[in-house]
Design a protein. Structure first.
Length: 132
């Protein structure tokens, strides 16, 4: 059986690193292409050069009424409610959205954030979030 040499170990490490890097790059590229397509029906352009602004929604999801609409303004505010109670949402720098209920699970749209909150609440009532 051949003995493991430093050269063989370094070559194997380099090959594994290159494979991992290529796999990660391919996964990121696939996500970058798929994410905008998945959320395309919920976005529209406010004006050239601005980030996409999500469109309004009003639906019943799992027996809960979720609504969302732009509040306008320079920072592109957005208001989401679950059964009439405001769900605090925030847009991340990468364009994803989070809510106070599902803070560590970014989603592509405010509608998805509202649905994730309903899922997380599991029937519990959303309590108002105190603003500063």
């Amino acid at each position: 059986m051949p003995e493991l040499t430093r050269r063989t170990a370094l070559t194997a490490t380099a090959a594994l690193t290159a494979t991992a890097a290529l796999t990660a790059t391919a996964a990121l590229a696939a996500t970058a292409v798929a994410a905008p397509r998945a959320a395309a029906d919920e976005h529209h352009h406010d004006s050239p050069g601005h980030l996409d602004s999500p469109g309004p929604f009003d639906e019943v999801y799992k027996g809960r009424r979720i609504q969302g609409r732009s509040t306008g303004g320079h920072h592109g505010g957005y208001r989401v409610t679950v059964d009439g109670v405001e769900l605090h949402v925030m847009r991340n720098a990468d364009g994803t959205w989070i809510s106070v209920v599902s803070h560590y699970d970014p989603v592509p749209t405010p509608r998805a954030a509202a649905r994730a909150a309903v899922d997380e609440l599991q029937g519990a009532r959303l309590l108002p979030f105190p603003a500063n």
